[in-house]
Design a protein around this ligand. Structure first.
Ligand code: ADP
Length: 256
C-alpha cells in the first residue's frame, strides 16, 4: 500500500502495491431479472476505469459487487490475488464514495474522516496524522472543525473522498460522485480527482458515471454497458475515436 506519501508520487504504481480488480464471469440476478450478465473485466493496478452506459444497464450493481454490498449469483471478484467474492465489505480494503455523500451530520469533518480509522482500531497517533493528511489531499484541511451542514455540496463531497482515502484503500469505488453537484463545481471536482490520483498513483479506481466528459477526462479505459453486459471496452482515446460497434458509436455520439 502507498503508506508513504512522498514515494508514491514518483514510483511506478505496480511497485507501490496497487491492486488489480478482476470480474470473472460475474452475474447478478434478482429473481428472474438478470441485471449483470457474465461480466468479465479487469481494472489494472493504478488505473482509472470508467463504466458508462444507459440508466439501468448494471453499472452500479457491478461496482457494488466489488464493494461487497451485492453478492454475485455466479462468478468471482478478485482484488489483487485475493478472491473476495465472499468477503464482508469491511474486509476488502476498499474506499467508496456515492452520489449523496452521506457524511455523518452530527460529527465534525475530522471525526467523519477518522470514523473508518477508528472502526479499524488504528492507533491514535496514526489517526492524528492521517486525518489532516487526507483532508489536505482534497483541499479541505482548513475545514476540519466544521460540521457537514456548514459546507457546500462540493465541499461535503471532498470530505467524503477524504474519508474514503483515509483508510489508504487499495481500491477506490466512485459511484456517480459528482452527479448531485452543479456543472461548475463538477468541473473543478474532476480536476480535484485527477490531482488526487496523481498524489496516489497506486490507487485503482472504478468510476461509475453517466457523464461522458468525466469519463473522457479521468479514465484510462472505459467500459460501456447495456442490459447487464459489457458492450465495449477500450482505452479512452481509441474508444471515443473508433467505437468498436454501433451501440458504442450511438451511445458516445449522444449529447450529455
Ligand atoms: P445503472 O447503475 O446502470 O443505472 P443499476 O446497476 O443501478 O444500473 O441497475 C440495474 C438494474 O437492476 C435496474 O433495472 C435496476 O432496477 C435493477 N436493480 C438494482 N438493484 C436491485 C434490487 N436490489 N432489486 C431488484 N432490482 C434491482
Amino acid at each position: 500500500m502507498a503508506e508513504k506519501k512522498g514515494a508514491a508520487a514518483t514510483a511506478a504504481p505496480e511497485t507501490q502495491g496497487g491492486s488489480r480488480i478482476g470480474f470473472e464471469n460475474v452475474s447478478v440476478a434478482y429473481g428472474s431479472l438478470v441485471v449483470l450478465d457474465s461480466l468479465t473485466l479487469t481494472v489494472n493496478p493504478g488505473e482509472i476505469v470508467a463504466l458508462i452506459g444507459p440508466s439501468g444497464s448494471g453499472k452500479t450493481t457491478a461496482l457494488r459487487t466489488v464493494a461487497g454490498f451485492v453478492r454475485p449469483s455466479a462468478g468471482r471478484i478478485t482484488i489483487g490475488d485475493r478472491d473476495v467474492t465472499h468477503l464482508a465489505p469491511y474486509d476488502r480494503n476498499i474506499g467508496m464514495v456515492v452520489q449523496n455523500y452521506a457524511l455523518f451530520p452530527h460529527l465534525r469533518v475530522e471525526e467523519n474522516v477518522a470514523f473508518g480509522l477508528r472502526a479499524r482500531r488504528l492507533p491514535e497517533d496514526i489517526i492524528r496524522s492521517r486525518v489532516p493528511e487526507s483532508l489536505a489531499m482534497v483541499g479541505m484541511a482548513a475545514y476540519a472543525k466544521r460540521y457537514p451542514r456548514e459546507l457546500s455540496g462540493g465541499q461535503q463531497q471532498r470530505v467524503a473522498i477524504a474519508r474514503a482515502i483515509a483508510i489508504r484503500p487499495q481500491v477506490l469505488l466512485l459511484d456517480e460522485p459528482l452527479s448531485a453537484l452543479d456543472a461548475q463545481i463538477r468541473r473543478s471536482m474532476v480536476d480535484e480527482i485527477a490531482k488526487l490520483h496523481r498524489d496516489l498513483p497506486a490507487l485503482t479506481v472504478l468510476y461509475v458515471t453517466h457523464d461522458q466528459s468525466e469519463a473522457l477526462t479521468l479514465a484510462n479505459h472505459i467500459g460501456i454497458m447495456r442490459d447487464g453486459k459489457l458492450r465495449a471496452f477500450g482505452d479512452t482515446q481509441s474508444l471515443f475515436r473508433h467505437p468498436p460497434n454501433r451501440f458504442a458509436a450511438e451511445f458516445l455520439g449522444r449529447a450529455n
